[in-house]
Design a protein around this ligand. Structure first.
Ligand SMILES: Cc1ncc(COP(=O)(O)O)c(C=O)c1O
Length: 374
């Protein structure tokens, strides 16, 4: 027998910090829900993962069809064409861009490039769960800062930074709370942070902000070489299944992040689709309009049901119910998948993604039935 029959506890082979990782629990897939509950998959409404109810940008779909003949080739590992499209749209030079297999990937690259087990990272309570995951996978130290009204308390976060802090994560708007820190407060926060500390501003939901609140952060990169802005095409552009996101940063920061990146981390169809989607202003505007109307529809419905919710600037709302596991289950039995967020420190809340008007109406009706309201 290989190894002379020695019995090894495979779990012990991994370092302690890896064994301590609490796996990320994604939104329940439609297929799994259908199998478990004996439902027709076509009847199931998934409002659990902040996906775009309009589907993908039509321009992206056309670009994918045109690119199918290229699939035998490896993708362009430098991402030249997509970086050029990002430069055209946002004026960011290609050497400042890091492409990722979703923005989760670039968040991890930031951790891998800069954190060691001797360092700490700061983030808010109720912040996006990938931040603690990234920190934990490296064995670095966590500094979770208490939230204020469910949102990021920037004063407290600035005060929480220690000499060993290398990274700060800030989602704006945040998921799953939908809370938003005004950009002038974020600018003042950056002024307080030492230049040796990288500040990652995660703008996964930035496209949903109204025109007056749209992010100015790319214009801050020259003044703040320690700033990393991350964005995704998963939400307002409707490309979650393709996995494509990016970071913009100082060229030296981007260079380091690119060094720890797998050479072909982003697939060809994702890059082609993303470049086309960036040009699809019509789809983006429609996504924004559907979302704004849906947020109002959900807010009005929740008020009617006298259910407390956190006002949201994203494409989702987190609402408070008397017994979240029971309500989640009862909605599931009615074919509606929402997201329990106990893992975010919100055991009494459920998060629902904004859908089309008929989706929101079906959700509100089912919610009324299962909470005894309406
Ligand atoms: C705040 C935030 N950041 C980043 C992401 C990652 O998105 P993706 O990896 O699909 O780009 C999400 C997805 O839900 C998110 O909510």
């Amino acid at each position: 027998m290989a190894g002379g029959g020695e019995v090894v506890d495979l779990g012990e082979l991994a370092p302690k910090h890896v064994r301590a990782i609490a796996p990320y629990v994604p939104g329940k897939p439609i297929g799994e829900t259908a199998r478990e509950l004996g439902l027709d998959p076509a009847s199931i409404l998934k409002m659990a993962s902040n996906e775009n109810p309009l589907g993908a940008s039509p321009r992206a779909l056309a670009a994918i069809r045109d690119a199918l003949g290229d699939l035998a080739y490896y993708p362009d590992g430098s991402g030249h064409d997509l970086k050029a499209a990002l430069q055209r749209k946002f004026g960011v030079a290609p050497e400042r861009i890091v492409l990722g297999n979703g923005s989760n990937d670039v968040l991890e690259l930031a951790g891998r490039a800069f954190l060691t087990p001797a360092d700490s990272a700061v983030y808010s309570r109720h912040a996006f769960l990938v931040y603690p995951l990234v920190v934990q996978a490296i064995g670095a130290r966590h500094i979770e800062v208490p939230a204020r009204d469910y949102g990021s308390d920037l004063d407290a976060m600035a005060r929480a930074i220690r000499p060993d802090t290398k990274l700060v994560f800030l989602a704006n708007p945040n998921n799953p709370t939908g809370t938003f820190n005004a950009w002038d407060c974020v600018a003042a926060f950056l002024e307080r942070v030492a230049p040796r500390v990288l500040v990652v501003i995660d703008e996964a939901y930035g496209e949903y902000l109204d025109a007056a609140s749209r992010s100015p952060t790319l214009g801050w990169l020259d003044r703040h070489p320690n700033l990393v802005v991350t964005r995704t095409l998963s939400k307002a552009y409707g490309l979650a299944g393709l996995r494509i996101g990016y970071a913009a940063a100082h060229r030296d920061v981007a260079d380091l992040m690119n060094r720890v990146r797998q050479p072909f981390n982003v697939n060809h169809l994702a890059m082609v689709a993303a470049a086309a989607a960036l040009d699809d202003e019509e789809f983006l505007e429609k996504s924004r309009a559907v979302n704004a109307a849906g947020l109002e529809q959900l807010a009005a419905g929740l008020r009617r049901l006298r259910l407390e919710f956190i006002p949201s600037r994203g494409n989702f709302v987190s609402l408070r119910v008397d017994d979240a596991p029971r309500v989640y289950r009862a909605l599931l039995e009615r074919g509606i998948i929402v997201r329990p967020i106990a893992g975010y420190g919100l055991p009494e809340h459920l998060r629902v993604t904004v859908g089309l008007p008929e989706h929101n109406a079906r959700f509100l009706e089912a919610l009324a039935a299962v909470t005894g309201g309406g």
